[in-house]
Design a protein. Sequence first.
Length: 189
Amino acid sequence: MGTMDATPLAAPPAAPDEAALLPILIAPHPLLKARCRPVGAGDADKVRELVARMFATMYKAPGIGLAAPQVGALLRLAVVDVMPDDRKAPIVLINPEVVAESDEMVPHEEGCLSLPGQYAEVIRPAIVKVRYTDETGARREMQADGLLAACLQHEIEHLDGGLFVDHLSVLKRNIIMRRLAKDQRQKAR
Ligand code: NI
């Protein structure tokens, strides 16, 4: 873990829709397999800009979560908004880690902005406790269930080079990756 002091790492995403969009890397891009390094105090400016642009990119997609490696930044940083009650509820996760998880496992249909158009059921712990630093530099702990729990686990996994398809059988994963490659080839035409 990076050493964090109390200095703000990123301004709140005040006007995320105004930030410039970032291109999203599509699997199997090698950067999606990388292990990201912790955010440190020296990353404040970079994180501030990234957070605004990542939110803009995520909302535009639209998606409910986006991790820094998906936009080519190998930092332990992700943004999430599962829009509870159809209202914006942005969460900035700096150096997040799952510190506890339930024994109970539940399935969720997952997708990923790096695997556009591809979905599969993934079984994960139903409830997780996540420790992270927020955009003000404060250390926080959050317990989540339902969609948010799945989303948090999915995004944190990206920071270690993981994708939701890694949870599937080789057969299912290969089907999805082939379908994705075909879709991308057709799109490129
Ligand atoms: Ni994803």
